[in-house]
Ligand binder design. Structure first.
Ligand SMILES: Cc1cc2nc3c(=O)[nH]c(=O)nc-3n(C[C@H](O)[C@H](O)[C@H](O)COP(=O)(O)OP(=O)(O)OC[C@H]3O[C@@H](n4cnc5c(N)ncnc54)[C@H](O)[C@@H]3O)c2cc1C
Length: 437
């Protein structure tokens, strides 16, 4: 199957638009040969390319992206860098080892990011002091109890908060209960990936706006580009929900489209009405609830829609409609700020599997893949990418074992049944969401 550049659209709505304009500065023309190619320069691909460069200092690592860095999910997420995952429902002690495995991977990703951000002095609003989980409606208030039981059972450091304490921190009375978990971080996602891309080791050659249009997985592997061809000994696929376009994980991985909005920068008085913390993040304990941030540059950022739209970004018209949903959620939380306009809206596509599992490992001879993090890929994508480089280089480690331990993905039906099933699965996320949306 041969694709074209039109199969990789982007838009001008995202966290990238809060930064300076980015330009691609390298291109590939003609035929080249290389030992390593990484396709996809999101968090997974960036971490993988950096690690490969360390492991193979005499090799050139080619890192390709169909778009500019920051335009994929890694530059469009809500910036919650998870150290401790939330597994909804009553705590099941039989799952303790699996929960610990996932949290080891999260923590590894968090540590890698922390190390790189500090070493490269990336200016990305990184705050490694954890974030909050909030419950506004009865379903999530019940979930709050389950979550606290889980944190206690897993011996995770946390602070339990009542409605008054949540109000004192964030200036909203909406949340009836909450928890602060110290292991976790907040970040401006587009600034993070740009910083990581701009600080890649000198033996990584990053080529943006360069979609891989087809892959011939013979030996050696051949990748067809718009104006050239790469012959590679090893290929790493870090293309998230777009892997099926190139023939990988068909019927295993799909995309869900999320959207959110930012206010303008708040003034001093408005900021003073938002409680005692200068910047913060609250993630809902209901899986269909809003994620909410006060960014370090003084904007409220709120994301609260998720839908199946064929793994595409929302059109400007659709985004406008979604913004009315963001708006009512914002005004419900902050009646003191109803006069504050939104300045940006954005959408992004996350890769999800039928049973919430992730993908890590070898796909075919000398072809490796990591991805599909079901909305929790900032730390996990980083850890998977880094560890996939070790695995593809013949390494062995406990982190490789942890990453290989993900459950097998369930099968997704072909279209049009996929569309119906996906719509149902994604909309079921909002069941009982109530005030949390
Ligand atoms: C709105 C939104 C909010 C989210 N919030 C959070 C959050 O708060 N916390 C969290 O942990 N996770 C969150 N996520 C999920 C998280 O962003 C992703 O799991 C993570 O960024 C995935 O990283 P990745 O590198 O695997 O994929 P991506 O960042 O999507 O990178 C894949 C790259 O591959 C490129 N590509 C694809 N096909 C080709 C091709 N054929 N040729 C060349 N390049 C190609 C794409 O252009 C893209 O840049 C959110 C996601 C969205 C959309």
């Amino acid at each position: 199957m041969t694709l074209s550049a039109r199969d990789f659209p982007t838009d001008r709505h995202g966290w990238s638009e809060l930064l300076s304009t980015r330009h691609a500065c390298s291109m590939i023309e003609g035929a080249i040969r290389t030992p390593w190619v990484v396709v996809g320069a999101g968090l997974t691909g960036l971490a993988c390319a950096r690690r490969l460069a360390e492991l193979h200092p005499n090799d050139e690592i080619i890192l390709l992206d169909a778009r500019l860095v920051g335009q994929g999910a890694s530059g469009r997420n809500s910036g919650f860098t998870v150290g401790v995952s939330h597994f909804p429902g009553v705590f099941n002690s039989d799952e303790k080892a699996n929960f610990a495995r996932v949290n080891r991977i999260n923590q590894a990703g968090l540590d890698i990011l922390d190390q790189h951000i500090k070493a490269l002095t990336i200016s990305c609003q990184w705050d490694n002091g954890g974030f909050h989980h909030g419950a506004a409606d009865k379903t999530s208030v019940k979930e709050h109890k389950h979550f606290v039981n889980y944190l206690n059972a897993m011996e995770v450091e946390h602070t339990n908060l009542d409605q008054q304490a949540m109000h004192a921190r964030f200036g909203t009375s909406l949340y009836q209960a909450g928890v602060h978990v110290k292991r976790g971080a907040l970040v401006q996602p587009a600034a993070l990936v740009r910083g990581l891309a701009d600080g890649l080791p000198s033996n990584v050659r990053l080529v943006e706006n360069c979609p891989v249009l087809s892959i011939n997985n013979g030996n050696p592997i051949k990748l067809q580009l718009g104006n050239g061809e790469i012959t590679a000994d090893n290929l790493i696929m870090a293309t998230n929900y777009e892997a099926p376009k190139l023939g990988f994980l068909r019927r295993r991985l799909m995309g869900s489209t999320l959207s959110g909005s930012f206010t303008r920068v708040l003034n001093k008085q408005e900021l003073a009405s938002l409680g005692s913390h200068k910047s913060w993040g609250v993630i809902s304990l209901h899986s269909g609830g809003a994620t909410l941030r006060l960014t370090q540059d003084g904007r409220i950022c709120l994301r609260n829609t998720a839908e199946y739209s064929g793994a595409a970004l929302l059109s400007p018209g659709a985004l406008k409609v979604r913004q009315t949903i963001h708006r009512s959620s914002f005004e419900k939380r902050f009646p003191q700020l109803v006069h504050v306009p939104f300045e940006y809206a954005w959408s992004g596509v996350e890769g999800i599997s039928g049973n919430g599992t992730n993908f890590f490992g070898q796909q075919r001879k000398n072809i490796y893949l990591a991805g599909g993090y079901n909305g929790s890929g900032v730390s996990r994508g980083t850890a998977f990418g880094h560890t996939l480089a070790d695995f593809a280089s013949g390494g062995q480690s406990s982190l490789i074992t942890d990453c290989l331990g993900s459950a097998t993905a369930t099968w997704l039906p072909p279209r049009p049944f996929l569309d119906i099933g996906a719509m149902f699965r994604i909309s079921s996320r909002f069941r009982g969401v109530g005030l949390d949306r």
